[in-house]
Design a protein around this ligand. Sequence first.
Ligand SMILES: *Cc1c(COP(=O)(O)O)cnc(C)c1O
Length: 391
Amino acid sequence: MSKKIGYGRQSIDKSDVAAVKKVLESDWLTQGPVVGQFEAALCRYTGAKFAAVVNSGTSALHLAGLALGWKSGDVILTVPTTFVASANCILYAGARPDFVDISWKSYTIDVERLKDKLKKVSRRGKRIKAVIAVDYAGHPCDWSALRKLSDRYGFQLIDDACHALGAEYQGENICNARYADAVILSFHPLKHITTGEGGAVLTNEKTIHNLVKRLSSHGIVKKQGQTAAKMPWYYEMIQLGFNFRLSDLQCALGINQLRKINGFLRKRREIARLYRSLLSELPGLTLPPESDEIRHAYHLFPVCVDFNRIDRTKADLFRHMASRNIFCQVHYIPVHLQPYYRRNFSFTPGQFPVSEKFYQCEVSLPIYPTLRREELNKIIRTFREFFETSK
Ligand SMILES: *Cc1c(COP(=O)(O)O)cnc(C)c1O
């Protein structure tokens, strides 16, 4: 049997193992010096002023919302085409989630639709507290337009950049937090770099950073200076926090992974280029959008298949690929159609038609740095076969 090919996979080598081993043999497995080193490395790479690492991307979203002061009665917008965590963090703060559809041009938040929504809300004398925009697949949103709207209508901006480490917008690293109040990263094994589980909140605002740090460790602060000298045991719990810390073990892995980010991105972009050149002329196939304003980070390679046109179904395609040990995925089932969201917020099909139509056609082809050329050839051959055996 040939090796299984999934849509994504971590890239771990001997240097990663050595980095973790070194911490295992050190004095601290967690809350030691490596956490701060990883945070500093993230700042250096992204250009953001502050980085707080936490135990998942979901925790990063959760704490960013709390640090931004979200509470019951606030309305917060995100897109349906994302992982459920982008919307769930609104509920963790007790706020109310609502959605704005995506655009066909980027598969990210549709700025015109957002504008319409903001106008409608402000005519009713209400306000939107925050917008969580997702750099879907690694394609940055239209951040300068989003920032203008945020200044005009006074809402906070979160960049869910879990797909977008290394993506660029107008020539800058999108994770530098120039436009968003907070930028969210995930270090899940399928993302650009991994710590097993892990995430980070990047920001240029010291107060947001300090709140996230405090909330990630029980809401506790240790006094510095004179108090510390007199009472070295003393600490104070200022607010109700969590244990969302990332360990030194994980941070050591993170630092070593981040050293390799440019190579990882190069491989992902090479694979995307290959797919583009060898799949471009298939009938009823749309390749992921790119534009001069952005540099794609290709966490995913989402293609759109017009199944009606070839008289086949998505399940047929999945079966065909799986028969050759190739496992695609779909990103995403629109969040507003999840049973929980329908039941609790009365969302219904048809409310966000682009996200719904995108869900019908979207298939994520395998893309990860360790994919070998023979494997890529096989994926391309198998995928083309599906079209050639359709009408
Ligand atoms: C992966 C992901 C998250 C959550 O990250 P975890 O580290 O798995 O908690 C949030 N948003 C998006 C868009 C993601 O892809």
